[in-house]
Ligand binder design. Structure first.
Ligand code: SAM
Length: 495
């Protein structure tokens, strides 16, 4: 369950521990890799700690500006020219501390003599970074504590050093397992609460997984544990341009088990945006579950004409790329609707050269001519199915978000059923297993529109463990994909 450091990272950490053991200080704030100037005469420049500095700066941006760690960190690594082991360590610490925030906060709280809410934000970022190193990596205690004290001192002042040191020493008194034994509720009385804390998930998220799985036992634990692990990167080979086998050979990955276009990269393969086929737009980064849902849209048989396709929520364009490439091969065209102009631009970039027309519009009233043969509604959702790829989002999302989203999802699905021709197909996808966003929305709207619900499992050939149907719910612990949901509806001929 723990995201242990790679073997390569350990040497790096060992070096840092040695430096810390020699009492060497880190710079107060390394600027693009340069040590901070000192005013008190010539001294040996202090060693740098660009990885932990980067991690702390990203944690701060996430907390203060609602930034996304997986957007801020790559930019920051590039800007500061942090590479190799330092980049790997910064990534591990940033994503790990973000993902585990609830668990770290519970342990930190147990070591405080005041409520967590009374700890200064910058100091709290540092405590989380330090506690993560102590509980979920093999970084030596001395290095984890000293480096964190130094970083926080540089940002928040010398007066914080004693406090940070004392709290982290208290955290280090026990390992993660011992802390969990002390803090987690009893697994017999409160299994959801127990698994939630052990796998660093908010309780409401763990409960929504339990409801979707119909399980509060070992399968729930496996699902939450898989969701707490560092995800593999998946690539999609652009249909008609390169095969999955060729892409795997070039990138050193493996052809994906289920998607005919997918490749899974081994952990630690570096930034996938740097891979040559991605730079040349022969391939893109896309979770295999998302690929499978896009391919499923085109696999459903339709009677008669099959040349006008619609992607009703297209930004940033992952599935539009797949639909556009498959449309080009079959002689169809795609209209791609996206409400946010900047995301519509991303769709334009992603589908350049393909028979895709992008429209900036509200999918509930896009003012397009009705009569599409196939419509995809990849609706805005809570994203509870891709929490492993968006480290901080599990702590940012609130249960109240779901109510607003289900209203929008229902309106978009109803709109799709109007835009599709009688006998045409609507595929509804969300990256969430939350029952309100999945079966709740589809059941209600299909009933109102008198739409036929097809068995979506037929359009995921070769994918095991898809349950009783008619819907498909993918899971990280079963399929190694994000937890994508897919329903397939046919508009009745007479409606
Ligand atoms: C889950 S994402 C779609 C992902 C996309 N299909 C892909 O594979 O890359 C949902 C998208 O719907 C857009 N959206 C939200 N409300 C919308 C609306 N009323 N009409 C059209 N698009 C909307 C969001 O901006 C977001 O880009």
């Amino acid at each position: 369950m723990n995201s242990q450091p790679h073997r390569g990272e350990r040497g790096d950490r060992g070096d840092r521990a040695d430096r810390a053991d020699r009492g060497e200080r880190r710079p107060s704030r390394p600027q693009r890799g340069r040590p901070a100037p000192r005013k008190d005469g010539p001294r040996r420049p202090p060693p740098e700690d660009p990885a932990r500095r980067a991690a702390l700066d990203v944690l701060r941006a996430v907390r203060e500006r609602d930034a996304y760690a997986n957007l801020v960190l790559p930019d920051l690594l590039r800007e500061r020219r942090i590479k190799g082991r330092d980049a790997a360590l910064a990534t591990e610490l940033t994503y790990g501390a973000s993902r585990a925030q609830g668990l770290l906060d519970a342990v930190i709280t147990a070591c405080l003599d005041r409520p967590l809410s009374r700890v200064d934000g910058v100091v709290l970022d540092g405590l989380r970074l330090g506690a993560y190193q102590l509980l979920r990596t093999r970084i030596p205690e001395h290095a984890a504590v000293t480096s964190t004290v130094d970083l926080v001192r540089a940002d928040a002042g010398s007066h914080t050093a004693g406090f940070v040191n004392a709290v982290l020493r208290a955290v280090s008194a026990k390992d993660e397992a011992a802390w969990l034994d002390e803090l987690a509720p009893s697994p017999d009385e409160d299994p959801i609460g127990n698994f939630a804390l052990r796998t660093a998930h908010p309780r409401w998220v763990a409960r929504s997984f339990a409801e979707a799985l119909g399980d509060k036992g070992p399968e729930l634990e496996a699902a939450l544990a898989a969701d707490d692990a560092r995800p593999e990167v998946h690539l999609v080979a652009r249909p008609g341009e390169i095969s999955a086998d060729e892409l795997a050979a070039i990138t050193g990955g493996d052809p994906a088990p289920y998607s005919p276009y997918g490749v899974r990269l081994p952990a630690g393969s570096g930034d996938p945006a740097d891979a040559e086929p991605v730079r040349e737009k022969l391939a893109a980064v896309q979770d295999e579950g998302s690929q499978l849902c896009a391919v499923a849209v085109t696999r459903v048989p339709v009677d008669g004409r099959d040349e006008r396709w619609l992607d009703l929520c297209a930004g940033p364009g992952g599935k539009a790329l797949m639909l556009g490439a498959l449309a080009a091969l079959s002689g169809a065209t795609v209209d791609a609707v996206e409400k946010a102009p900047h995301r519509a631009n991303l769709v334009r970039k992603s589908t350049e050269g393909l028979p895709v027309t992008v429209h900036v519009a509200d999918g509930r009233e896009p003012e397009l001519e009705e009569g599409y043969d196939r419509v995809l509604v990849d609706a805005p959702c809570s994203g509870l199915g891709s929490l492993r790829r968006r480290p901080e989002s599990r702590w940012r999302r609130q249960p109240s978000d779901v109510a607003d989203l289900t209203k929008l999802q229902a309106e978009l699905l109803a709109s799709a059923l109007k835009l599709v021709r009688p006998g045409g197909i609507v595929t509804y996808v969300v990256c969430s297993p939350h029952l309100a966003e999945t079966e709740g929305v589809v059941g209600e709207i299909a009933r109102r529109a008198k739409a036929e619900t097809l068995d979506a499992r037929e359009f995921f050939p070769g994918v095991p463990q898809l349950g009783d149907g008619p819907y498909v719910q993918l899971w990280p612990h079963r399929h190694g994909t994000d937890a994508m949901f897919c329903a397939v509806l046919r508009r009745p001929e007479t409606a």
